[in-house]
Design a protein around this ligand. Sequence first.
Ligand code: PGA
Length: 234
Amino acid sequence: VLQNLRGVGHGRLRIAVASTANYFVPTLLGTFCRRFPDVTVSLDVTNREELLTQLADNEVDLVIMGQPPAEMDLEASAIMENPLVIVAPPDHPLAQQQRIPLARLEKEIFLVREPGSGTRIAMERFFNEYNVRIATGMEVGSNEAIKQSVQAGLGLGLLSRDTVQMELELDRLVILDVQEFPILRHWYVVYRRGKRLSSVSESFKTFLLTEAAHLLGRQRSDVEFPPANTRQSR
Ligand code: PGA
């Protein structure tokens, strides 16, 4: 890989990442930028809808996000798994229970992300698919605010596991052991189909696909994009 990456030299890398990817992307940029100190990076952190707009408007080189929409003209490759989990404060009555049935969640209140969030879409799709009618409480515009609100006892949160590592370590939040969870998603590196990637972008993409999972101590994902069941309709 190192050999592929030689010759990158100077250059600018414009990336935009989902607010949930914000929790691991800086670590990866740390390694990448130490290797290529002359590369200038601009990093935008925003939600799914905004990322798709930036891709459509050709405002960024690469995007890191959850499942991209199959109907947009995008190239996407899976980087690693992105499990979504339900979090609660450690003193929550469900915190000690095992194999909690999905139907039990109907008695709880869930805090939800803003419309335009990929996490929110995944959550709605999942509960619809399993016919679970959850009660939603406050609509909260960031992962950070969801975590604070869950700790304050305002409801349960459904978040990418990547967002809660620190709170789990500090015993401020726990992951509930709910049947059918976690929701299995993946992180993707995405760009507009047909876009000619600069050598810096190409190198960063290769770096993400070959080294990111290993650097973060995670499993690589080999899922295809678009998913097999949508490929025909493209
Ligand atoms: P978001 O990120 O919830 O911040 O939009 C996740 C995603 O892109 O799926």
